[in-house]
Design a protein around this ligand. Structure first.
Ligand code: NAD
Length: 437
């Protein structure tokens, strides 16, 4: 049986030629900002910061004195909470680091092969902030890079409506950023990737962001490394008959409030749970005082989905095809998802945890793949900041001579005469083969 839809996304309005109306040309804007920053450096960065964020301070970089003054305005409870959350993120990231062991193996007598994990030397972290002060992104990016051992971590975050996001700056500082810039959007990503007179070029950029930020990272990939495509957020819930429809509704809306472009999907084998969840969502959006109901409602109308399947196994299969960023499991045996599913950014198992814990406090990384990228990658982690290098050494003449003969034959099978001769040379030196040069 194919699944049925109790709610589908509302199709976007199109013009007479079939093109979506009112859409911003994100790729066009991003590519012209990048070109301009490449040509004009700081002058272009300042122009776009003024244009998009109405923000043009004397220096985009905050001095130590400015940072201290900003932190002094943050309530003590917020500082304590930042430190508590960072201790969770640190504990999990440290465990990831420990799991990555360098090793050396003797694969045949005398032949030693090794692997080493070396941190990237300069990383740029983007902490989004156009709409909300996403201070948790500071823990997830900067702190994880520092645990990985990255020596130079710079970080950018935009002002919010012309105001400095004090708590975000505090989180960036406590996470260990070596330099903090108040700068957002494409201009921040381009400045860190290309380098300007005042902003140093990095080798790798990480962090989530809106469509402009995600597109800029994708366009600059190759010139720099990037973590993953972590664009506008997504949530998917798998629920069975036991799930609470009210909890499904609350948890769907907890992500829908991020922006007007947040897919929020329920996949359930219970038609009753599906129908009641829709009723609860509509009730919460229209009759409660949820301050972000406007954004959540736009998102729900355009991108909300409720899918009903025959069985819970089918629900897991359907859920897997979305490869959603966050997948919440509200079923009798939530751990089944660990074997039934393979495409997701992060799993939230059972009613006692939720996506908001992952986003804000629990300690796993909240920079996660979106737009189906979970089909080929997981989220941000210590490994992403490390380069896995290999090395080799042959410790006996016998082993080198034998491999020299093998190399000569293997290279000639590919018509690589130069490679073959490097092998021949070792065969002649160490296995005393007669080579006719
Ligand atoms: P943001 O910092 O990503 O973007 C703000 C910047 O966008 C501004 O500084 C501005 O320069 C630029 N901008 C805005 N409108 C523009 C325009 N018309 N033209 C050019 N540039 C423009 O902050 P945000 O907008 O609040 O978005 C944060 C995003 O991060 C959300 O979409 C959220 O879902 C996402 N997010 C994703 C993850 C993940 O792991 N996938 C995690 C957290 C947040």
């Amino acid at each position: 049986m194919s699944p049925t839809y109790l709610k589908k996304p509302a199709p976007l309005p199109t013009n007479e030629t079939g093109h979506v109306t009112g859409q911003i040309d994100v790729k066009g804007i991003v590519s012209s900002v990048i070109d301009d920053v490449r040509k004009n450096g700081d002058e272009a960065v300042r122009r776009y910061s003024e244009k998009f964020d109405k923000w043009s301070p004397e220096s985009f970089r905050l001095s130590k004195e400015q940072i201290e003054a900003i932190i002094s305005k943050v309530p003590q409870q917020t500082i304590d909470d930042i430190k508590e959350v960072q201790s969770n993120v640190r504990a999990f990231a440290q465990k990831q680091k420990e799991s990555l062991k360098d090793f050396e193996v003797e694969i045949r007598p005398g032949v030693h092969l090794g692997q080493k994990n070396v941190p990237i030397d300069a990383v740029g972290c983007y902490i989004p902030g156009g709409r909300y002060p996403l201070l948790a992104s500071a823990h997830m990016t900067i702190l994880t890079a520092k645990i990985a051992g990255v020596p130079n971590v710079i970080a950018c975050t935009p002002p919010i409506n012309g105001e400095i996001p004090n708590a975000t700056v505090a989180a960036m500082y406590f996470a260990g950023a070596d330099a903090i810039y108040l700068l957002g959007g494409t201009q921040a990503i381009a400045a860190m990737a290309i380098g300007t007179e005042t902003i140093p070029k990095v080798n790798f950029i990480c962090g989530p962001g809106n469509a402009f930020v995600a597109t800029a990272k994708a366009m600059l990939y190759g010139e720099i490394g990037i973590d993953l495509f972590a664009g506008p957020t997504e949530v998917l819930i798998v629920a069975d008959e036991d799930a609470s429809p009210f909890m499904c509704a609350v948890d769907l809306l907890s992500q829908a409030e991020h922006g007007p472009d947040t897919p929020a999907v329920l996949v359930t084998n219970s038609e009753r749970v599906g129908k009641e969840t829709i009723e609860h969502v509509e009730k919460i959006l229209t009759t409660t005082n949820m301050s972000t109901a406007g954004l959540a409602s736009t998102s729900w109308k355009a991108f909300g989905e409720v899918v009903v399947t025959e069985t819970i196994d089918e629900a897991y299969k359907v859920a897997d095809t979305y490869a959603s960023e966050h997948v919440q499991i509200l079923t009798k045996s939530p751990r089944d998802a660990l074997t039934k599913m393979s495409n997701y950014g992060a799993l939230f198992l059972g009613a006692k945890t939720c996506v908001s814990y992952g986003d804000k406090v629990i300690g796993t990384n909240h920079v996660l793949p979106t737009k189906g990228a979970a089909r080929y990658t997981g989220g941000l982690c210590v490994q992403k900041f490390l380069k896995t290098y290999t090395y080799q050494e042959i410790k006996t003449e016998e082993a080198s001579g034998a491999l020299g003969r093998l190399c000569g034959r293997a290279a000639r099978a590919e018509n690589f005469e130069g490679h073959a001769r490097s092998g021949d040379l070792r065969a002649s030196l160490f296995a005393k083969d007669q080579i006719d040069w």
